[in-house]
Design a protein around this ligand. Sequence first.
Ligand code: MSP
Length: 520
Amino acid sequence: MSDGSSFYITTPIFYVNDVPHIGHAYTEVAADVLARWHRQSGDNAWLLTGTDEHGQKILRTATANGVTPKEWADRLVETAWKPLLETVNIANDDFIRTTDERHEVNAQKFLQHLQTEGHIYTGEYEGYYCVGCEEYKPTSDLVDGTGDDAGVLVCAIHSKPVELLHEKNYFFKMSAFADQLLALYEANPDFVQPESARNEVISFVKRGLSDLSISRSSFDWGIKVPWDESHVVYVWFDALLNYITAAGYGQNDEEFASRWPATHIVGKDILRFHAVIWPAMLMAAGIAVPKQVFGHGWLLVGGEKMSKSKLTGIAPSEITDTFGSDAFRYYFMRAISFGQDGSFSWEDLSARYQSELANGFGNLASRVIAMVVRYCDGEVPLGGEPTEADLGIQATEKRVTDASAAFIDRLAIHEAVASVWELVDELNGYITLQEPWALAKDPATRERLETVLHTAVRGLGTLTVLLSPVIPVATGTLWTALGGTGALTDQRIDRAWGWAGGTHVTPLEPLFPRIESTVG
Ligand code: MSP
């Protein structure tokens, strides 16, 4: 990681037909942890999120609710999607809506450019369309319906009937980019990650690419095709462009050059849009492809992807109201291997909250600070000659600082957190073994007591800096109690191990209080 280099990271922009569930919040948190981490590494990190507001899915929901699609989108953005960012404590730098003028105008510019360069033609298309996915589906992605839908084909993801559409549309000559895409995956193995996602994308492109229908004329809720106002731009073509229209494309060349290309964090459900269609669009326009597309796994309920349409969605506030935003962030980043599916369970969340956050980290912080207050009047002692045990803690500080950074570079967030936790566990073990409360009883061991507390305070400081991207609230409180100077978010994470320590600590309330009621 080099000082000041651009780290532009994005989440998908979310459909506003419904309110968010914890699957959406999961993506937000992962991208936010990476952005915060890079910010504290001295990079010029920029986190973009936002909402996808055009297309048939939104239009139908709005109509069913008796309002215009724009009114519906405004309502959902203000009452649900922006509040989600507060609920799980996202420090985004920008929020783009596809109904923003900056997006609509510059998406048109992009399309016009492709048309001028000869990448667009008029054609006819007949196929099965899933409004839930906003996508024409190959028959291999369809299954026979059951119950009320017996006898018709349904989308394998949404379990809802697909619609047979026949339209005269504009097409993007995507098939022309198959070789270039394969060369990209080959030359840059990190372009699509994790490995399973990369393999899936490569074999998809190897099976052959068709051209992409990029306009619709049977409804008008979308961006107008610049040379033919009787068509609106296909919602995915429109949506993908948010990543560049939010970064200055078409409006501010300097800003765009300084930010682009981006790292895209997406769920594996929308991997092909990001790893195939999107780079092909950019290649056609002569714009650099993204730095990376990372497809994370799904939160599952009963073995299936959690979804609102299947009524399995859990609202993020159901968790944060009881456990707080830090616990939400910690749990999902720690308990699920980033890149793989994971099941959410209230029992697992409660157990980890209690053992890892409350007993493991929170208790460590409370105990160390309470002892410095009690035995040293709150003054952080300088300590004497370190013993092997003290040097062991220092070595672990350095080791986990380096190891967690290496994991973050590979987007292995769960491993980065697990690595930092080695220091939590080691410090707890160190305190149990050194018994500072016993050392405090005998004036002859005063210097040893001071060395132990000095070592523990420094270790805690290292933890505070390393954990600040994941649990920003608790670490912010702890930073103040430790007498840290400057803002915690300004502390370099790659130098967390060398934290010099504050001079004075102040009493600390429990960071993760006991939760009395049973939940779930
Ligand atoms: N609007 C498109 C994305 C356009 S990006 C240019 C879209 N929106 S969505 O509202 O359906 O959000 C999909 C994303 O939400 C997934 O890619 C994933 O990031 C997140 N998730 C939705 N359900 C999820 C789970 N059950 N588990 C994990 N993530 C989930 O697709």
